[in-house]
Design a protein around this ligand. Sequence first.
Ligand code: C5P
Length: 215
Amino acid sequence: MKKKIQIAIDSPAASGAGTQAKLISKHYKLFYLDTGKSYRVLAKEYLKNKNKINIKKFKDKLSNLRIKDFSNKNLLSSEIGLAASYLAKDIRIREVVDRFQKKIVVNISKKYQGICLDGRDITYNIMPDADVKFFLTASIKVRALRRTKELRKNGFNVSINEVYKSIKNRDKSDYSRSVAPLKITKDAIKINTTNLTIRKTFLILKDKIDKKIIL
Ligand code: C5P
């Protein structure tokens, strides 16, 4: 059986990893999973239940989840993003989410050539043996601008200032937490997308992937 391709992308919030992961997945016929959405789904549940953490409920929520639930636009809000970042520090929650994501990695449908995941701990925890690993970054100003545009396009009435603050808070929390912090691994290719267009970034990633894998 031909080995499935694994592409892992880690990045701080709003660095363009999701956009690139989707483009890569389309190009190489890979299954795409936005891993942040698993935390966001639980964050929505957490806020709905008056900030209560119920591990059993969270487990059930993930096992009943369909991939199309990931595209729910409500999940994009800064409030849910911050709550997701808060929950992501909890080791019990990470265990539940890890199991959910690792199961997806080993059960990819035959119609895909492999899988592409983006998140915070993909390169060293969820897919430590990935064929190609990327760490995308961009200046916080550019990230705030991009996320503001995305949120406004999806109907959220937000100011760049509040988005900037929310991203800054999440950076702090994601880089400094004691469990599965955001970090760059030695084998990851670091790309700063601050001054790059979506197309240019994609071509850089594609070039690196083509050099590492033969389809
Ligand atoms: O990527 P996204 O902004 O949707 O992620 C929301 C939050 O979920 C992040 O700020 C981070 O705290 C958490 N997360 C994580 N590990 C991942 C993906 C997301 O801890 N693999």
